[in-house]
Design a protein around this ligand. Structure first.
Ligand SMILES: [Zn+2]
Length: 124
């Protein structure tokens, strides 16, 4: 099942995000405040791709200082990436796909064997 109905450009890098790719959505609408009659626009959804999310969270993508809305977006993206390790997993799998390596999921990552060190270092 696709992650979204249509392919959409990332609002930061403008790369097209395919419908089956992960990303972060920002539903936006405008509504009047202190103006009669009340008006609320249709909701438009914009997206940020995983690569930009990871770049923002790691401070590799700065927001334009003259665009305060981007500051809000950056704050939300950082919080989302910090809360959801799936961004990093998707980023890693896209890197693997680009290198023609098989896709891996959380299950495969957690099946590793923990090998204790042969010998412990003596304390102090
Ligand atoms: Zn992007």
């Amino acid at each position: 099942m696709p992650a979204r109905p249509d392919e959409s450009p990332c609002i930061l890098c403008r790369e097209i995000i395919e419908t089956n790719r992960a990303g972060l959505s920002f539903p936006l609408f405008g509504r009047t405040v202190g103006i009669e009659p009340f008006y609320k626009s249709e909701t438009c959804t914009v997206y940020v791709c995983v690569e930009c999310c990871v770049g923002i969270a790691s401070n590799r993508v700065e927001f334009p200082r003259n665009r305060p809305l981007y500051e809000v977006v950056h704050g939300i993206v950082k919080e989302a990436v910090a809360q959801c390790p799936g961004f990093l997993l998707d980023f890693w799998n896209q890197l693997r796909k680009n290198m023609e390596l098989p896709r891996m999921g959380i299950a495969e990552l957690t099946q590793g064997e923990i090998i204790p060190p042969e010998k412990r270092l003596k304390a102090g």
